[in-house]
Design a protein. Structure first.
Length: 286
């Protein structure tokens, strides 16, 4: 383990961090070859316990069963998100928080996570990586129980800027998966998920605030879309999930959920069937 380790006495407050990151964003103008001196520095939150009321609200809005003594696969991301925002809203982080797009996530759960357990949570930026459309920050979140790694994720966040990379060739789209269900999404999904997760980014809350950032109306949180898919799909106890966020989901709206056992997709309705989220679920082998 390298880098500076900072131990926190409690979880950071997400709202002020989002506001601070927004205020600092206009002064950050990354370009090709941008670096982050804090790569590898870790924020650690020991003795973390889950707020069961907030957990129940999260389970309801995402479609997970409520009242079970186990955390949904995606919930540790919610716990780690304030730590990630503390890093990415910092003065030394070179990418602007405004416009930063969550493009993918890989989650590995090694065992069942008790909702009433006590954990150590660690978040760090592993690296910045060149992307054909800008620069990606690779953020790693780890959850430990008694020193043992029980859950981990790797998220990529893209900041778009001028690059010197040649345009990538478009890969052929795989055949569409069989549609299993159609979901009609209410206008308040973003507000409900924001209340449960703490992520009250204005692009998810109201049409007016979303239009300030170029969206015709509010959009669903990317992590809500993947959580909703996994709640419908189901996952084994020891599992690795990979998901890519391909296009925003406008609220209110309608989407179709498709899956074939390993792969899953969230698509638009109608003839276009635009892919919003695609992913796969793989059991971990002993």
């Amino acid at each position: 383990m390298t880098g500076v380790v900072t131990t926190l006495s409690g979880p950071p407050s997400l709202g002020p961090l989002l506001a601070l990151g927004a205020l600092r964003s206009p002064f950050k103008r990354p370009g090709p070859g941008v670096t982050f001196p804090g790569t590898g520095d870790r924020l650690v939150l020991p003795d973390l316990r889950v707020d069961l009321a907030r957990l129940a609200a999260y389970e309801r809005v995402c479609g997970f069963p409520t009242g079970e003594d186990s955390l949904p696969l995606t919930y540790p991301h919610v716990l780690g998100f304030p730590l990630a925002m503390r890093i990415m809203s910092g003065r030394g982080f070179p990418l602007p928080l405004l416009g930063l797009v969550h493009t993918s996530i890989e989650i590995t759960r090694h065992t069942t996570l008790a909702a009433t357990g006590s954990y150590e949570l660690t978040v760090h930026v592993e690296r910045l990586a060149a992307h054909r459309r800008g620069t990606e920050a690779v953020v790693v979140t780890e959850l430990r129980d008694g020193g043992a790694l029980v859950w981990e994720s790797t998220s990529t966040y893209l900041a778009r800027h001028r690059t010197e990379a040649a345009p990538a060739e478009r890969e052929p789209e795989p055949d569409p998966l069989p549609v299993l269900d159609e979901w009609r999404l209410a206008a308040d999904v973003g507000r409900r998920y924001g209340a449960a997760s703490g992520d009250r980014n204005p692009i998810h809350l109201h049409p007016l605030t979303a239009r300030l950032f170029g969206f015709p109306r509010a959009i669903a949180h990317g992590m809500w879309t993947v959580a909703r898919c996994l709640a419908a799909h189901g996952t084994p106890q020891a599992v690795r999930v990979r998901a890519e966020f391909r296009a925003p989901v406008l609220l209110p709206g309608a989407v179709t959920f498709a899956a074939d056992g390993e792969r899953f997709e969230l698509r638009g309705t109608g003839d276009s069937g635009r892919v919003h989220v695609s992913g796969r679920v793989d059991p971990l082998t002993p």
